[in-house]
Design a protein around this ligand. Structure first.
Ligand code: ARG
Length: 454
């Protein structure tokens, strides 16, 4: 690359500062595929002979095999994966290799490789989401019918089935899956042929290259093709949101496994001990996921910041796109796999959650609803039940055991049915709207997910 223009060799400091092959080697398969498609187009345009094309193709495949096997030697002097492969190819096959970069720049090359790579990774992460969804549905199915307190403000609100709680995450993960698929759809266009920025005077058939590489479309503006990375941002953003969901699920596991909650038990395989306190069984696995969300957010901001002041078109700042994305991909894939394994093995302490769900205070809203059925305006009903709850809190007498005189005085309408009103199972059965947690609704949703995910 320097031979023609420069007299002095590059400072080793700059070499080390600027090399990317230590991380972009990951793109080797995509780089080789891209180069083979490009060489095919060069052949069709008459810039390569059939023999040269064959030599390029088999040479690249051979290099690919060696990289795969770990026997290929990368050189930092050659800066990136693209130069490493091309230089080695040329060393092996001579002039045909030196023709490969005809009508191409590393700018359109890297933008193409990166998209190919991210399209593939989006699918793999999507598969990881499916695995976690299945684990959650499995745990929900195993605990169908078990009730727990539902919370707002981390204060007990109303009873809900454990399955309903777990299925909430399945819905969130479904949207994460959709965001990834959307991002993958938008990134499905090929920049190859954009050249350094202005295409080339040697015109190649971009459509056929795109077909060969499995791209749905070609980019329509060469400047845009080499300079934007919004497709990477979309992926990072989808992964940041996914990370937020995994973090919330992790926080639930941290809470549920405390002595204070006692709602769930981590398998020994997924728990850690303390180096000092012999009794400890710690949920590090969930805390790590909660903590790693910082990376997923950070990487999004990292790339947003890299991009914000860039003049058109390619600028070397863009090399900073890759590590952020690689890190988010690795983090998301690991977090999904670990969380799935953890949830699969999580034991719900049914007795404890059912007991907590039987707290009569959780049915205060049901009392107000019952008054509404007796034609009491809801605001008045809320006020009446609020007085009962305050009395219960003041005296320490559970809501369902308040003195009969008080019920007679404040809400005589409820007196006849008073005891039956405090049955959480009855309360659940009544919650029959779409999306609400009646046993029928939850069971239907479980069947839905079991079918969709199988
Ligand atoms: N290593 C570079 C990157 O990752 C490849 C493109 C280099 N292009 C250039 N004109 N220096 O972005």
């Amino acid at each position: 690359m320097r031979h023609g223009r420069f007299e002095e060799s590059m400072s080793t400091l700059l070499r080390d500062y600027g090399e990317s092959v230590s991380f972009d080697w990951r793109l080797y398969r995509h780089d080789i595929r891209g180069s083979i498609a490009h060489a095919g187009a060069l052949r069709r345009a008459g810039y390569l002979s059939t023999e040269e094309l064959d030599a390029i193709e088999s040479g690249l495949k051979q290099i690919g095999t060696e990289i795969e096997a770990g026997t290929f030697t990368f050189s930092k002097d050659l800066e990136d994966i693209h130069m490493n492969i091309e230089k080695e190819l040329t060393r092996r096959i001579g002039d045909a290799g030196a023709k490969l970069h005809t009508a191409r720049s590393r700018n359109d090359q890297v933008a193409t490789d990166f998209r190919l790579y991210l399209k593939e990774e989006s699918v793999l992460i999507g598969d990881g989401i499916r695995v976690l969804q299945r684990a959650l549905v499995g745990l929900a199915t195993a605990n169908e019918g078990v009730l727990m307190p539902g919370y707002t403000h981390l204060q007990r609100g109303q009873p809900v089935p454990v399955a309903h709680h777990l299925l909430a995450y399945v819905e969130m993960l479904e949207r994460d899956h959709g965001r990834l698929a959307d991002a993958a759809e938008r990134m499905d266009e090929m920049p190859l042929g954009s050249g350094a920025l202005a295409g080339s005077t040697l015109v190649l058939d971009r459509e056929s290259m795109a077909r060969e590489l499995g791209f749905a479309r070609v980019t329509q503006n060469s400047l845009d093709g080499v300079s934007d990375r919004d497709f990477a941002l979309e992926l990072l953003s989808a992964l940041a949101i996914l990370g937020m969901h995994l973090s919330r699920l992790s926080e639930d596991v941290v809470l549920w496994t405390t002595t204070e909650f006692g709602f769930a038990r981590l398998s020994d395989r997924h728990a850690t001990g303390s180096s000092l306190m012999p009794q400890k069984k710690n949920p590090d696995i969930a805390e790590l996921t909660r903590g790693k969300t910082g990376r997923l957010y950070g990487n999004l901001f990292r790339l947003l910041t890299v991009l914000k002041g860039l003049p058109m078109t390619y600028n070397r700042d863009l090399q900073e796109d890759k590590e952020a994305v690689f890190d988010s991909i690795d983090t998301a894939r690991m977090a999904l796999a670990v969380t799935a394994e953890m949830m699969e093995a999580l034991q719900i302490n049914r007795e404890a959650v059912n007991r907590a769900a039987a707290d009569p205070a959780l049915l205060a809203t049901d009392l107000a609803d019952e008054l509404v059925r007796h034609q009491v305006p809801f605001r008045r009903a809320h006020d009446i039940v609020g007085k009962l709850a305050a009395e219960s809190a003041r005296t320490g007498v559970p809501l369902d055991r308040l003195p009969e005189e008080l019920i007679r005085e404040l809400c005589p309408e409820l007196l006849a049915d008073w005891n039956a009103l405090f049955d959480p199972v009855r309360s659940m059965k009544a919650r029959g709207a779409v999306g609400a947690p009646s046993p029928d609704r939850v069971s239907a949703r479980l069947s839905h997910w079991t079918k969709v995910l199988s």
